[in-house]
Design a protein. Sequence first.
Length: 587
Amino acid sequence: NGAALVHKRAGRCHLAQTRATALARDEDLSGSVLLSIDGGGGWETSYKACYRAHQISTGLADEDQVYTLAHMEAAFRREGRLDDDGTNWTAHWHEPIASALAGRCRLGPGEKDELLIAITMDMPFAGFGMGRSWRKAYTERWGYDCGRSLDLAEYGLDSNARWLKAIDGWHKAEFSREEERPPALRGARINELYFVAAGGSAWLAGPAEGQGGGAATLGRGWHFGLLEGFDTGYYYYNTLDLWVYAFVALSKNWPLLAENVFADFLASAPLRQERLHMIYRSGALAPNLLYGKLPHDLGSPAEDPWALLNGYAHRDDPNLWKDHNPAFIVAFFLHRAIIGKELSESEYRGLKVIADFTLAQDSEGLGVPRHADFGDSTWDNLDMRGLSSYACGLCIGAWAAMQRLAERFEPVAAKGYGLLLGKAQASLETLWNGRYFKTNDAGKYSEAAMTDSLLGVFLAKKAGLGELVPLDRVRAHLLSVYSHNFKEFERGVFGPLLVAEPERKRFDRDGGEELQVNEVLVGSAWAFAAMLKEYGLGKESEELGLVLVKMLYGGSGLQFRSPAAWNGDGRFRAALNLRPLAIWYCG
């Protein structure tokens, strides 16, 4: 609640804004914010350490009211510099305090120079809803007592040119890659990485010292998290059914962060959390987390993330979901293929716990669990019934990955996983209608095609596990979806519906809300575009990609707010969403 000069030398100046606290506590927003300016020796810098950010009624003219915004601005207009006034005080809650920095230099005809302005936020702690505070990751190098705030700000200023050069080099490399993607698609792929920094991101080094409440469930080490989204109902870190779409963006660009998220999910597999929650869909109390079932998410920032998992357990019971575990297995296998690191035997043993849960869900020995409860998959607003091509595809990918790993670590088990793979392939075959794989074998979507129903098969192929479904079947399915879900829906203007039939583009809503049904799921659409290209349908893939880019950038105003979905009226839902990072499958 105050601001003061920290350091000033030729061409460089730093001001610090700090927050007054009554008690010495390690909590969110504790710390300081440094405003910095750097112009080198050719610039004269000046500052106004502390002033009120707007006016207050005193009877004086605004420009005559000292230590206010108008007075500072009037003096700057008159003198062309600030007055180097370091006066500072601790403001009350109702005093919005600001600081100002300025620089000036003399240039001759045709000359130019640069002035760098930076903001450094040395706020070492992140606090969450149930009271636990964590140290942010940068404190491992810079400490968490704000004793090196100035060093941190100087490091940023000194590194700026190097960072910009590295970013420019990476941009050039992305645009010079030998691929058949037009610049608009490559640019959109780069732009979508905004979510890694802006997705409610948390990068933590460990819990703050001296706290009660016990150790965090997933350990005291560092953790990384991205929110599912920013709309009410999406405040969950690393929501698993979206993570399997988004992870490739991190695996290719920040593999250490992706490794951490996969490791956290793997560590959650043998956990139990007996705390009961009301499941409003069924009206029954259910335990928060079951042994072997991966959580829907790694917790909500409103509660105690990385300690209390499965924050979504309220409307539906994510312990019943059929796609979480197999999706994780094949995604983890692909992640390791991307970064060039083999899975260890201990990681294989952890995956066995996850695979065994899916095997237990398969009560009929089909190699794939049937959908028996409303909301028991990522498509929790669709009334999925019986076998689904989505779960079949994921199980095919999971059993293929487990078979490959068992051949290395447990040869006696490899045959069993091979048999499960064959059963899952046979189950998927029962959904083939001669043109595409049906979404379900029962219920209202039993004649519909789903945009990304072969996601698991695609991930397995990308991971080097081979063609697990006949290529002619896959291509025919993709072309049917391209035709029925994409081109026949509003003349192909919006992208592919998640589910559609050849003569039917609209379904009655399920579960009380018109979500997922009658919508284009943006992340699923990007995954579908990647599938088209992977299976030799590059022209169709490019056409779809450009339609999605036009929706995001062509007058919708959605830039850097990619939503979960939009409908045929162009109305979007859940802006800033994790799943659209699936665009990184496209390259």
